[in-house]
Design a protein around this ligand. Sequence first.
Ligand code: SF4
Ligand code: SF4
Length: 406
Amino acid sequence: MSERSGIDRREFLKRGAIAGVGIGLAPLGAGAAAEPPGVRRRVRLGRTELRIPDIGFGSSRLDGDEDLVRHALERGVTYFDTAESYTDGRSESTLGRALKGVRDRVTLASKVEAGADDGREKLMQALEGSLRRLQTDHIDVYFNHAVNDVARLENPEWPEFASRAREQGKIRFTGVSGHGGRLGKCLEVAIDRDLADVLLVAHNFGQDPAFYERFTAAFDFVAIQPDLPRLMAKAKEKDIGVIAMKTLRGARLNDMRPYEKDGATFAQAALRWTLSSAHVDALVISMTSAELVDEVLGASGSGAPTREDLALLARYEQRNGSVQCRYGCSGCAGACPDGVPIAEVLRTQMYARDYEDLAFARREYARLDRSASPCVACAHRSCAGACPHGLGIADLTGSAHALLAG
Ligand code: SF4
Ligand code: SF4
């Protein structure tokens, strides 16, 4: 990550450690301030009875860095979340190598995008590929990945496959993950039909109606997924584990460096917001450097966000609200007569502009069913005004295509 604040990043984190790695944390006790950050809370993941750290290792961009995995493990991170599609399987392979010999100490979650028509044999082959790459005989939680279509949940082959995989000891629990515009509907179906022991859902301050309630006088925003708190509460009633992802609301971390004080960072504030939700057991976050691991673990075990945290979140929203597409929003669905999947295009663009990972963004863009090429010379611009959050869609999708195509 680049620095914009003029403070060297290592120095910044050192200062943070000296200051207690953030405000609003659980008391460390005298002399503990110099301790390296680590996991400070473990949680029960619903009816799975798995005990996992409140902050887990997201590996969507992991590609060969075994030392990073070991660094997180040394800090107490024992929940590792991957998927067969992450870095074309190399994320799983990296985890497999790095966690060799410590499999019994960690919880592994992986995912497959099970299509509406996929048969049980195909799903079993996908699972066996993941097991091979992860160098293990079982996966603790196996997710149906990025579900945004009820038909994918209604595929009768999935429960058949899952039941057989459980009997064979290849998976212990199943889950559903999602962050698309129809997430709410999909979650409702998954909960009502008992299709998941664990839900993995995009959830951050920018989607939470409770966040905006505090600022309605100052912000003209509409909360995304207003139904999500209700659905998460419903999941908890059935003792389904709930893990949050996409917790940084776009992760423009460097934008916020000039406003962070005393080692308390925007990332920690955002994580505290998510972890303070009564309906969230834990979260996973993409860990891309040892410094980021240490920074985000500063939020482990902490209490509710402080006043300073809320000010950072509000500033972030002010800076980025008019240019950042919202996860789980479908306000512009159907606005393009040429069929450009606007939300998906802007999601992939986010990986380049917000996460500063152009290669990953290009890979994700190439995976889309349709590109934004029609936007480059679009004369009608029918999408104008379609975004209730005021995003200039045509300019954003056009520049996304220029950046990510080819
Ligand atoms: S462009 Fe606007 S309406 Fe479309 S998904 Fe993004 S935030 Fe929602
Ligand atoms: S600019 Fe044109 S082609 Fe692109 S999303 Fe908007 S309406 Fe569709």
